[in-house]
Design a protein. Sequence first.
Length: 483
Amino acid sequence: MNDWAISGVDLHLDLTAGTGARAGLERALREAVRDGRLTAGTRLPSSRALAKDLGLARNTVADAYGQLVAEGWLAARQGSGTQVAGSAPPPRPARGRAVPEQTGLLLGNPAADGYPYDLRPGSSDLSAFPRGAWLAAARRAMAAAPNEAFGYSDPRGRPELREALAEYLARVRGVRADPELILVCSGFVQGTGLLARALRDRGARRIGVEALGFPDTRRILRSAGLSTVELPVDCSGARLDGLGPHHRPAADAVLLTPAHQFPAGASLSPERRTAVVEWARATGGTVIEDDYDGEFRYDRQPVGAHPGLAPGQVVYAGTASKSLAPGIRLAWLVLPPALLDAVVAEKRSADRHSPVMDQLTLAELIRSGTYDRHVRRMRLHYRRRRDRLVAALAAHAPQVRVSGIAAGLHAVLELPPGSAPMSDLVARAGRAGLALAGLDAYNGPADGPGALVVGFGTPPEHAFNGALDALCALLAEATGNSR
């Protein structure tokens, strides 16, 4: 058996014609390291395997490896083979790429962004991801998966996950969902695009959106051909008068975050919940309920979702991004029967179906009760963080008003009149190594002291105290409470 053919790793190298075999191999390996195609720690094929792949003598490859080890490009250890050295020169930057300017609204990795502390909203505590439980569930799911699971799947998602979600949503969120009407998608961003295109193709032209919210949501809706109708937000959630009278509606659909408005933090009042359902029934409009962090409530009972009030008019959208992690890229839509075929067609065109193994793993987590236990544990974890944030602000910046904290993973901090402009405050925080976002980043007012939207769920546990100290020092100075 030719064991060299299966024991090595693949490596693409361009050996320039006209040069000696050894010199050409050395040059190609140096270029691969310089360009970043081979990074520090990357294991290389054995000299025997690479020689067979390239049609070279084994001694030629062994000598080239030896030369590059001597130069410091590669490292070789007995029993570990040959790999790119950790001290190899850094990869040269790609031509034409500029370093992006850092702003107050950054959604990347805080260390990569150059910020040791990150209090921007939009993410859970990634250090708390249940790695062991996920791996155990993945093993069980893999062992139980039928062979057909590894082929092309139903665009709606695996039946195991849709059935588990139907039970979970009915029990936890009050959403009675037929598994046949659930569609699994790769995050809420994809789900929004699928819905927007399906609504457009069914004749929708305008969609109501909360005036405060992620700018990306508007971009997705508009790129699908829908114009947006802005709905102001107050302490009772979105104001619905912008949808127009029933006989002459100003929108064909509306997208809301009723359980916990992002970013203001209010829940939609019972009167407005009733009003939006009546609007949908009277006009034939569609209500999209984004329940992005519905599992995390602290000082009040959970708010029931809308689908039970108007099942033929409401789309319920949930996600694993806050309960587990954004990197899982799993979300779900509970669709009215009239929209199902159109959204399924969009999903089939977009990517056929979401990754199967992740779906099966999440289904196993839910079925085994592990997901419930994780959510309960994280609810306590985030509540304690919220309480620490509130206590620290009361002690160091008592003039700052905190709101939107009855649920979710973020708080709104309103600064008193006379405080520094929000743009200055965010820039000052960045220079101190603290990533913050102002309310203006989510279409809030740009003038005056404004408010910060603080994601107390974002930092890993080891960095939370440092982030809190940096925030309190910044706000104490901004409000005249520094000592």
